[in-house]
Design a protein around this ligand. Structure first.
Ligand SMILES: Nc1nc2c(c(=O)[nH]1)N[C@H]1C(S)=C(S)[C@@H](COP(=O)(O)O)O[C@H]1N2
Ligand SMILES: [Mo]
Length: 421
């Protein structure tokens, strides 16, 4: 299966930056990346180059190049077409039930059920989309993995518009939802949200959607089609694929499958910086080129900073988050001018975060990845430790104040660099 070649994209982006900066350290660099080395398997198929041999300016990831995180035996997207039709995993046969949770029922005037013949079908969803469709960019990323699975422009109908159809009246505190799981309770993968998050959007966030398109195309089966939930500010496990059921409940607590794995299921995307290309060895006195990406989490990103210290000098005590280091600002790479992966390379009208001309209102965009690069001055021979961190919009250095792994990847990375005479 072809996969998202994030590193190839990143190298092409930063190549332009280093060319302009007059330093091209790439020939001798080797990768030092805790993320891609430890957690991301080697990409199987490189991103296609254009006629001139250059990679496209990366941004949105082709749906088939996403990394796939799907459970199930067999995984639902691998079912034969006929079976997909039978179980409602095609646009023609898909139906969504929106019901009261049988154990802790919310009071609904009109649940949407197969039994009553009013379950929501794809045509009715698209009909709602004519009035209410929304689009927003978001990186799909797994809380357990930390590395990006792919960048999508997700399109769909706000979940609240479907919930309103059920005429909820009382005893509604949370929304539980799950997807097709081979009718085997052991394979169930489910998630949940407080009703308040669904009915109203926190400041400047897009709504939670029933998503049926990504990057201008119908959502394919591997990405969770015909319909998946996409929660803008959340890690991937909240964005349930092959959606079949929404339960409106009076329970106040999360029932997410991910909660069973010690995960913090209320954690929104963290802001952090990661290195992707750092040399292990450089010549004394020679400029050091480093680059990486930052996940722009819920608290935004104002800058990425880098620091390098000699291992011969002891670091200050009681400074686990390196707040006392001599940090310098890296360069955040600018927004693309053409949006690879979208029809005609253009941002469609009414996309969250963009103006009418398809230009981002600000940069970098929240809930996406930003790329960065820096050139550090040459150093005398010795062993050094390179680090990078992010500073959010508040501006707080991150990953503080919440560096717990089970809230999502967030560390200040360190890479040892040897400088040789
Ligand atoms: N039905 C269902 N939905 C699911 C999953 C799953 O196993 N089954 N995996 C979740 C997890 S843990 C992640 S990280 C994302 C991954 O989305 P992707 O496969 O589109 O990259 O899907 C989520 N939705
Ligand atoms: Mo995940």
């Amino acid at each position: 299966m072809p996969q998202f070649d994030f590193l190839a994209e990143h190298r092409e982006l930063t190549r332009r930056f280093f060319l302009k900066a007059g330093v091209l350290g790439f020939a001798s660099t080797s990768f030092a990346t805790p993320l891609s080395a430890a957690e991301s398997p080697a990409p199987e198929k490189p991103v296609k180059r254009d006629k001139a041999g250059a990679y496209p300016e990366p941004y949105f990831t082709a749906s088939e190049q996403f990394r796939d995180v799907s459970r199930g035996k067999p995984v639902p997207h691998s079912l034969p077409d006929e079976k997909k039709r039978e179980v409602g995993l095609t646009r023609e046969t898909w139906q969504l039930e929106v019901l009261a949770d049988p154990d802790h029922p919310a009071k609904l005037g009109k649940p949407l059920t197969k039994k009553d013949g009013n379950a929501l079908n794809f045509e009715a969803l698209l009909k709602l989309g004519e009035q209410h469709a929304v689009r927003f960019p978001k990186v799909m990323t797994c809380l357990n993995l930390g590395c990006p699975l792919g960048m999508g422009l997700w399109e769909g109908v706000p979940l609240r518009d479907v919930i309103w159809l059920t005429q909820p009246r009382e005893n509604l505190r949370r929304v539980f939802y799950d997807g097709y799981h081979n009718d085997d309770p052991k394979q169930l993968f489910r998630s949940s949200l407080p009703i308040g998050r669904v009915l109203e959007d926190p400041f400047d966030l897009p709504p939670v959607i029933l998503c049926y398109k990504v990057n201008g195309d119908w959502l394919d089966a591997e990405r969770g089609g015909p319909v998946r939930i996409v929660v803008p500010e959340a890690y991937g496990f909240k964005s349930i694929k092959w959606l079949t059921h929404v339960f409106l409940t009076n329970l106040a607590a999360a029932n997410d499958t991910y909660a069973e794995q010690n995960n913090d299921v209320d954690s929104p995307l963290k802001t952090f910086a990661a290195s992707l290309v750092v040399p292990r060895e450089v010549k004394a006195g020679e400029a050091i080129t480093v680059s990486g990406y930052a996940q722009v989490g819920i608290s935004g990103l104002s800058k990425v900073q880098v620091a390098i210290e000699s291992n011969a000098e002891p670091s200050p005590d009681n400074d686990p988050y390196y707040t006392k280091m001599a940090w310098t600002d890296a360069q955040l790479l600018p927004a693309p001018t053409s949006w690879t992966g979208l029809p005609n390379g253009k941002i469609p009208a009414d996309t969250h975060g963009f103006n009418a001309a398809g230009v981002p209102n600000s940069w970098p965009l929240r809930l996406t990845n930003a790329h960065w690069a820096a050139v550090l001055p040459g150093l005398p021979a010795g062993e050094y430790t390179f680090r990078c961190r992010s500073v959010d919009e508040k501006p707080q250095a991150q990953p503080m104040p919440r560096p717990f792994r089970k809230s999502g990847h967030a560390t200040i990375e360190s890479v040892v660099i040897t400088v040789k005479d």
